[in-house]
Design a protein around this ligand. Structure first.
Ligand code: HEM
Length: 144
């Protein structure tokens, strides 16, 4: 169960990254062409994949051996990363993406919605990239 969820959470990161990048790039293009928002499903797909990842992350947070609350956890960089840093920064990133998506929805049919998506999704994406336990960070995680 745990290993299956870790693989799903790990693999889903690529869909999250791909769809956030596609949503940002296309929203940028649509903002410059001043088309009405929404124009396509990419902001919605980026939003959905990010929230599925949030759900898997929450389940993992309760069952992962890398999440611990015993004293001394803060001295171990790997335990501290998964118990505190990963969840805090990812929640912030997902909150920004959520706010951006809702704000853009309220701007329908103005082209301003595309600009809102670019701004909020880009900051969210930057935080996600910073908080992923990439293999070269020595946090015991893989590429998939
Ligand atoms: C877009 C958001 C997120 C991305 C891209 C992401 C990505 C990842 C990746 C790549 C791993 C390493 C998997 C491996 O070992 O190969 C991981 C582990 C983990 N993530 Fe996330 N994560 C996200 C959000 C969250 C959130 C919001 C939580 C908690 C609520 C969370 C909890 C965890 C936990 C507990 C682990 C360690 C699992 C284990 O090895 O036992 N993640 N995450």
């Amino acid at each position: 169960m745990h290993s299956m969820l870790v693989h799903a959470h790990s693999g889903l990161r690529w869909l999250v990254l791909i769809f956030l990048i596609l949503a940002i790039v296309t929203a940028w293009g649509k903002w410059s062409k001043q088309t009405a928002y929404p124009d396509g499903k990419l902001p919605l797909l980026g939003f959905i994949f990010t929230h599925v990842q949030l759900l898997l992350g929450f389940i993992l947070y309760f069952i992962s051996p890398k999440v611990q609350f015993a004293s001394g956890v803060m001295k171990d960089s790997m335990l501290r990363f998964y118990t505190v840093e990963h969840i805090v920064l990812m929640l912030l990133a997902i909150a920004l993406i959520t706010v951006g998506y809702i704000k853009a929805k309220k701007q329908i049919p103005s082209p301003l919605g595309h600009r809102t998506i670019v701004r909020y999704y880009a900051i969210g994406l930057a935080l996600i990239l910073l908080s992923i336990p990439w293999p070269f960070r020595g946090l015991g995680a893989g590429w998939f």
